[in-house]
Structures are given as C-alpha cells and as structure tokens.
Unconditional design. Sequence first.
Length: 157
Amino acid sequence: MKRQHPTKFLVIVDDTPECRTALRFASLRAKKTGGRVIMLRVIEPVDNQHWAAVGRLMREEQRQEAEKLLQGLAAEAQGYAGLLPEYAIREGRRLGEILALIDQDPDIRVLMLGASPAKEGPGPLVSKLAGQMSGSMPVPITLVPGNLSLDEIEEMT
C-alpha cells in the first residue's frame, strides 16, 4: 500500500555540532527520496520554581533562542538541499517529548541522530535511544557520525 504523505525524517536539535551533521544527512536523504524534514528542539523544564515570574521569563527566553536557532538551521538546510524543514519546539523532558511527537505525527518514519565522535561516547541521547531503547522504538533510528563532511554525506545519500 502506497502512503499518501511523504516520509518525515525527525532530527533532534540540541547544542552539539553533530546535530547539524544529522540535519544535513536528513535533508539530503529527504531530497533524494521525496521526503520532508522536521526538526525538534526540546526546552527542558526549570527545576527551581520558587520564582514563578523568573521561570516564565527564562522559558520565554529559551523559546526565543530555540526559534532563532531553528530558523537558522532551516535556512542552512534549504541552502544545501533545497528543502525548507518544518520545526517544533516543545517543553518537557527530552525523551518523552521525542516519543510524543513521533506518536502524534504518523508521517515521522525515521529518527536521525547525530553521534558524537568523542571518545567518551556518542552522547546521552544516542546511548539511550539507540542503545537501551532501540528494540522498542516506534520508528527506525539512523545514527549519523558527527565527523562526516558534507561531501561524505552527499556521497552516502
């Protein structure tokens, strides 16, 4: 049975350089397969809620920073793949928000994660999702080595 909607490749945007590599890979893969890219930035809750007004201000600043970051990354992706990704900003625990978005959007069929090339390991999110939870994930996970060049990514996709 042919799907009516194109496959969406979900890229988790954080403050690591390897998330940009995953975005490049996902964008070029989407371009070649007729798919789309969706970027997710999760704003983690502030633990200290004694100062509610300060907490609201911090969340608003984080949301504005996330918006700016995602708009910049979307422009980058459009520059090298010609596709303008959609994006989502969610508040909560990162793992829970990732799974909730996948559950809510049936067109998300691949999760793209950038893996850190550092000797300490691929990163906590990659370790959790591609390690401990890999057998129970609702979509396949593609791990993109964070040290790939744009030329290498183009060659692979």
